[in-house]
Design a protein around this ligand. Structure first.
Ligand code: ADP
Ligand code: TRP
Length: 320
């Protein structure tokens, strides 16, 4: 089975991104033929600062390699190294009804957030369809917000195949439903836009300070507490072994155990969990030549398959 994942380079990796998107993707990639790319053409719809785009693109590359992407198994590349996606996007756009794009929630949500309506933002799902179809992927793991785009991709592919002959595999979206929303420091969903994140590769001192600032109730130290109801425990569960979880839950229920101590344990668990990844990231940062070679090699693989798909699509429409 062929799996394709795409990630926009959109800022510093946080615990919500890691458990909600990155880890489930990496787990799926370990067992399948994987393609994973940095969606920098897509990011241009909202990021118009060249230095920021460069830095964020580099960050995603380092983050994924540090967090366990195996470049021998998964072709890892920058979207912009496969310019063929644009030609294919054009061929797809001729069978894409306007109404299909007008119904996309993500476009409407972005306008509601104040992002200027542009052709790029509107046509985004066609480029995404091209990313998916060009490598003939069978499954596309996405968050709930991106499911509609994969459905749009299916509609476009079916329409193209019906009109011009079988060129594309029809992909399925895979939604990681079981991944719970990771709470932020204030108990809302952890998100960059709420400023309530724990950055995975942030400085330890800053992380500790942020963990100590997690919102809790004001029950006194002696009072027994329900572990399920508090953010410190919800976050601790992500990093802890089953035994460690049980132990902290028991201490909360027994009373005489305060949030301050639990926060210290959370920091230690966080630190231990991400230590190997932090070390790997620091080593990779000193070897950007290697990182670049991984991305080039990944692009070569995706491009070989992409060119073949594009060739067939061109032929099907009469551009041979
Ligand atoms: P942010 O909300 O910080 O801007 P993004 O929207 O860039 O994060 O999210 C990137 C990916 O990480 C998405 O697939 C999203 O579903 C996942 N994700 C982000 N925050 C969380 C969270 N708090 N819990 C679970 N998954 C999350
Ligand atoms: N639209 C996706 C997001 O914002 C990123 C993306 C672009 C993508 N092309 C893709 C995801 C193809 C999966 C497949 O998160």
């Amino acid at each position: 089975m062929r799996v394709l994942s795409g990630f926009q380079p959109s800022g510093k990796l946080h615990v919500g991104n890691y458990f909600g998107a990155m880890k489930p993707n990496l787990d799926l990639h370990r067992e399948n033929e994987g393609f994973l790319f940095i969606a920098n053409y897509h990011a241009l719809t909202t990021v118009h600062d060249p230095a920021a785009l460069r830095e964020q693109t580099r960050d995603v590359a380092l983050d994924f390699l540090a967090c366990g992407l195996d470049p021998e198994k998964t072709a890892f590349y920058r979207q912009s190294d496969i310019p063929e996606v644009h030609e294919l996007a054009w061929l797809l756009s001729i069978v894409t009804p306007m109404g299909l794009l007008e119904r996309c929630h993500s476009y409407k949500d972005k306008l509601a957030k104040g992002i200027a309506a542009s052709h790029g933002l509107f046509a985004y799902p066609v480029l995404m369809a091209s990313d998916i179809l060009i490598v003939q992927s069978d499954v596309v793991p996405v968050g709930k917000d991106q499911k509609q785009h994969v459905e749009v991709t299916r509609d476009i592919a079916i329409k193209f195949n019906n009109q011009f002959g079988e060129v594309f595999r029809i992909p399925e979206p895979v939604i990681a439903e079981e991944v719970a929303v990771v709470p932020g420091l204030d108990g809302q969903k952890m998100s960059k836009s709420y400023g309530n994140t724990l950055e995975i590769f942030g400085p330890a001192k800053e992380i500790k300070k942020r963990i100590m600032s997690i919102a809790t109730d004001s029950r006194p130290l002696e009072a027994p507490k329900d572990p399920e109801g508090n953010n410190v425990f919800k976050l601790f569960k992500l990093f802890a072994t089953p035994e460690q979880r049980e132990e902290m839950a028991r201490k909360f229920r027994a009373g005489g155990y305060g949030y301050g101590s639990a926060k210290k344990e959370l920091f230690e668990a966080f630190d231990a969990y991400f230590a190997p990844m932090r070390e790997k990231r620091a080593a990779l940062e000193k070897d950007m030549g290697y990182v670049e070679s991984v991305l080039q090699k990944g692009a070569e693989k995706a491009r070989t398959i992409g060119r073949e798909t594009l060739f067939r699509a061109r032929k099907a429409v009469g551009l041979d």
